[in-house]
Design a binder for this molecule. Structure first.
Ligand SMILES: [Zn+2]
Length: 439
């Protein structure tokens, strides 16, 4: 065979395979075209299927015109499985109307389902603010089995799956009518298309915003805190302070992810604490970050303020939470001691706690809700300033995860060494502020 002949025989392979399939199974244009989807570029499977069917009809017609009886019999057998492309010739040859059979895979409905899914998606997308989408296909088991049966029986190595076709075709309809971009990694919405039927379900993906928060007052917890008696433990929480965002973004729920937490009675000053706020099912996404931050500050009269710097992805939440342990924190503590203290003692304390490793068992006051473990953390530095005979202020820089109140008190020996231990008298941290979180 010369190369021209072998090229021609490859084209014939496609027609031969199509004849073999259509002899046994009726297929709509889309489902037949999909069996050869990887061949040729820039066409839909519908166009592929239509072209193959026309070629089959033309090939048989050529033989019939030469008086080939067997070709006429084969055409009569194939025509109902081919459908409209065969109807005119069928009528001419056999003097009766062709009654096409329904597609074996989709019942000749796939085209309708795709159109329906496209229109339904557009209708639902118009109700929300979104920038990107992803189409997912939920294909009924029976349909998938029928498709796989054909692929195996006829060795169809250039086929694609009905799921891929549905996803692509519905995406095309959406892109033709909107400015939305497909996004396979981090879409604003996921559109699930159900086959059979073409029903769609819109899943609005959460919006994650990253920023920092400050607490200028004490008695503000980080998360909304209800006691066992059903009362609010603190009048305000950072989580509640963020609630104006629910209205602004028309979202159903809000979750605060923070890099660690300070005690409710500690202020959060200085650099602020990094956080990510997760808004679930936001119907709006194009809100200005300044406007969003201002709404938080206004609703709390400035007790809580935030700065929002941009959008985050899920991976950032994991990083934010794990990075807390590694970050150094800067605290300002007001400390009362049960004896008078001298400046020399304070200088000694500063010296002693420079790069000092502390062994700390989970404090008694939180042991009921946190795992009871012994941790080792470093105090990097202490800067002490005497305010009264038995009162001093200390700026403490320590590794994340160290409980500062217990560093001061010693927690009855469960934190060691401690300020109490070093000074040889009970020391108590009466006020605590976080003034910096180092990244
Ligand atoms: Zn079909």
């Amino acid at each position: 065979m010369n190369s021209a002949e072998s090229d021609a025989s490859k084209a014939c392979d496609i027609v031969e395979k199509a004849v073999a399939i259509l002899r046994d199974y009726p297929l709509c244009d889309r489902c037949l075209g999909r069996m050869f989807a990887l061949l040729g570029r820039g066409w839909s499977n519908k166009e592929r299927g239509d072209a193959i069917k026309r070629l089959v009809v033309m090939g048989l017609h050529a033989r019939i015109r030469e008086g080939d009886k067997e070709a006429a019999r084969l055409f009569e057998q194939l025509a109902p499985n081919i459908g409209p492309q065969a109807s005119k010739l069928y009528e001419e040859l056999f003097g009766k109307q062709l009654e096409p059979r329904k597609c074996y895979i989709c019942g000749s409905e796939l085209d309708k389902w795709i159109q329906r899914a496209g229109e339904e998606s557009l209708k639902q997308l118009r109700l929300i603010e979104t920038r990107s989408f992803l189409v997912a296909a939920k294909i009924d088991e029976k349909i998938r089995v029928r498709e796989d049966t054909l692929k195996q029986r006829y060795g169809l190595s250039h086929a694609e799956s009905i799921g891929s076709e549905v996803k692509r075709e519905v995406s095309k309809i959406i892109q033709a009518k909107t400015e939305l971009k497909p996004n396979f990694v981090n879409p604003d919405v996921v559109i699930a298309v159900h086959i059979p039927g073409g029903d769609v379900e819109l899943q609005i993906m959460p919006l994650l915003l990253k920023g920092r928060y400050w607490k200028t007052s004490r008695r503000i917890s980080q998360s909304f805190w209800i006691t066992r008696r059903g009362e609010k433990r603190y009048p305000l929480s950072v989580e509640e302070a963020l609630s104006p965002l629910l209205d602004l973004y028309d979202a159903d729920e809000l979750v605060l992810h923070a890099s660690g937490r300070e005690d409710a009675d500690a202020r959060m000053l200085g650099t602020g604490r990094p956080f990510i706020v997760e808004l679930k099912r936001p119907r709006k996404r194009l809100v200005g970050l300044h406007e969003a931050a201002a709404s938080v500050e206004k609703s709390t009269n400035g007790l809580v303020s935030v700065e929002l710097s941009g959008e985050a992805v899920r991976k950032d939440v994991v990083e934010l939470k794990s990075s807390d342990q590694k970050k150094a924190k800067v605290y300002k503590a007001l400390i009362v001691v049960e004896k008078e203290i001298s400046d020399e003692e304070l200088r000694g304390l500063e010296e002693f706690f420079r790069m000092r490793e502390i062994r700390q068992r989970t404090p008694r006051r939180v042991r009921h809700r946190r795992p009871d473990i012994v941790r080792e953390r470093i105090v990097y530095s202490v800067d002490a300033r005497k305010l009264a005979a038995n009162v001093f202020e200390a700026i403490i820089v320590a590794e994340g995860g160290l409980y500062i109140k217990e560093l001061v008190s010693g927690d009855e020996g469960d934190t060691s060494p401690s300020f109490s231990e070093y000074l040889g008298a009970k020391a108590l941290c009466v006020e605590l502020d976080v003034i910096g979180v180092k990244i």
